[in-house]
Write a protein that binds this ligand. Structure first.
Ligand code: 9WN
Length: 423
């Protein structure tokens, strides 16, 4: 059935999505989920702003402005901006990150010390594009422009740990794809035993302990760029993070035209990232590069499709990528797109980024398909995603075989991006 064929159903779905977003709105930002994630997350807010831009334009602006209130003086946009009024139910919370002790962090706005995929320039472009009040839109672009430029400058300087133009993530949480099997090997290689963080000795082998250990180590080094370059044991060039960064560079080049700034530096940055992706992460498919091990991580995940977000990717790369998507991700799953190649040993249909399908990555791939003129793929991804939320609701993620909802309910980006798909 065509998932877009029934107007009454569409209206009901739109209403339900707006209800979720209203319920998750704190007055200044949208939390991903009231119970499980009671603060503001960075790339979640970008997706929410995109979804709201055609329905609640001013709130889409507020969403990004409240996120930028947490931006560090280095330009880093933190992956969490904490709401001091929220129940302290999320771990690790502000008392673990201790951003207030770091001179670069904003005063009075507790944040994490990590970042997340830099989708924000794309979100600002969306807000600009769909504004009815063109003066207000121009004012918004002018206001956010310095934040976006600083964010991109930070990535190009402090995060080019490989020295070849790509940004490195320094923690799996920075990828947004937290427990992706792509991070198993670099996590397993962490020299954890013997490091006492003040809370306890680390002897556990669980992913969660390794995530926290890594965050604490970075914190104890004062969140410094020199430490990241020379000592931090986790540094990975991720194709999804860099694909999103590239798309945002192109959005910045377009936004430059809006405010009469020079867009060329951002076009050049996009070219540099494209060159880095092809030279460093492409080997018949895109893989993440473990900078500490000095090698590619040989597992194909949803992250490997991030570079498709670049409309300038050559056909010699787009062709094989689409073939891979169709044969190893779309074909074997009834409810695409699984977050890990279905035949991989690490694939797990029940565990977050190790198998389930997600609305946000479906939406990103749909954008990518549109950018390459792949109309059939674009429609398939939209239809499949709407089918998921119609059948299971705005869940955090979905079983790729039977479409059953997984993770929390009433999840903001699932609702927000549904609005965009219905628009
Ligand atoms: C850690 C909020 C975030 C998303 C991530 C998702 C999950 C957090 C967690 O939730 O990560 O940042 O506690 O697992 O993996 O993509 O931004 O929705």
């Amino acid at each position: 059935m065509d998932a877009r064929s029934a107007p009454d159903e569409d209206t009901a779905l739109e209403r339900a999505a707006l209800d979720v977003l209203d319920a998750n709105w704190t007055g200044t930002a949208t939390v991903p989920s009231v119970g499980r994630y009671p603060h503001q997350w960075s790339w979640d807010s970008a997706f929410v702003a995109i979804g709201l831009s055609r329905r609640r334009w001013s709130r889409a602006c507020e969403e990004l402005l409240s996120l930028f209130a947490g931006q560090w003086s280095t330009g880093m946009v933190p992956h969490i901006v904490f709401d001091p009024a929220a129940r302290d139910s999320y771990y690790p919370g502000p008392s673990i990150w201790r951003s207030g002790e770091c001179a670069a962090a904003p005063r009075g706005v507790p944040t994490s010390g990590l970042t997340q995929p830099p989708l924000h320039a794309c979100a600002v472009w969306w807000i600009w594009r769909y504004a009815r009040d063109r003066d207000a839109a121009l004012a918004f672009v002018r206001r956010t422009w310095p934040c976006l430029v600083a964010q991109h400058r930070y990535l190009a300087s402090a995060r080019d740990l490989g020295g070849e133009g790509l940004a490195a993530i320094v923690h799996p949480w920075e990828s947004g794809l937290d427990d992706s099997p792509a991070w198993d090997a670099p996590l397993a290689a962490l020299p954890m035993v013997g490091y006492a963080c003040g809370l306890e000795d680390w002897r556990s082998d669980s992913h969660h302990d390794r995530w926290v250990w890594l965050a604490l180590r970075y914190r104890d080094a004062g969140y410094g760029p020199g430490y990241l370059r020379d000592e931090h044991p986790f540094a990975v060039e991720d194709p999804m993070f860099n694909g999103i960064w590239l798309a945002s560079c192109l959005a910045l080049a377009d936004l430059a035209g809006v405010i009469g700034a020079d867009g060329r530096p951002f076009e050049e940055a996009a070219e540099r990232i494209r060159g880095g992706l092809l030279a460093r992460l492409w080997e018949g498919a895109f893989y993440a590069r473990d900078l500490r091990a000095g090698s590619l991580i040989p597992i194909r995940t949803i992250g490997g499709f991030g570079p498709l977000l670049d409309p300038g990717m050559p056909a010699t790369v787009v062709g094989p990528l689409v073939e891979l998507l169709e044969s190893c991700f779309l074909g074997p799953s009834g409810y695409p797109v699984p977050s890990c190649e279905v035949r991989a040993l690490q694939f797990d249909r029940e565990r977050y980024w190790r198998g389930p399908s997600w609305v946000n990555t479906n939406w990103l791939l749909r954008q990518a398909a549109a950018g390459h003129g792949l109309g059939a793929l674009e429609r398939l991804l939209a239809t499949a995603t709407l089918r998921l939320v119609r059948q299971a609701g705005f869940r955090e993620c979905f079983d790729p075989f039977d479409g059953m909802g997984r993770g929390c309910r009433d999840f903001s980006w699932s609702a927000a991006l549904t609005l965009d798909l219905l628009a």
